[in-house]
Write a new protein. Structure first.
Length: 97
């Protein structure tokens, strides 16, 4: 969202959402390491594809959580000047589809 890591579009104000996003990203990081290891060790293609699918899903879930947090903020404080506009949120959501 925002480029300023502590700006108005940051997840830093919602520590629970931040924790969940970080957990999902760390899970994806671990799964990606497993994919790399599987390729390096000439694992069966089925195993590689299953791990890639897991990485992709973990990343998508992290992205959807970021967007849903922004949507929730829009709904609870629609009058705030720093709320990401709905068109931008829609574009972000569709970019994950």
């Amino acid at each position: 969202m925002g480029s300023d890591p502590q700006g108005p579009d940051s997840l830093l104000h919602d520590q629970e959402a931040k924790r969940k996003v970080l957990n999902r990203l760390k899970r994806a990081q671990g799964q990606l390491a497993a994919v790399i290891g599987a390729v390096e060790n000439d694992a069966h293609c089925r195993d590689v594809v299953q791990q890639l699918s897991a990485v992709s899903k973990a990343l998508d879930r992290a992205g959807f959580l970021v967007i849903s947090t922004a949507l929730r903020d829009c709904m609870t404080t629609p009058e705030a000047d720093n709320v990401t506009n709905p068109d931008e949120l829609e574009k972000l959501f569709l970019s994950l589809a």
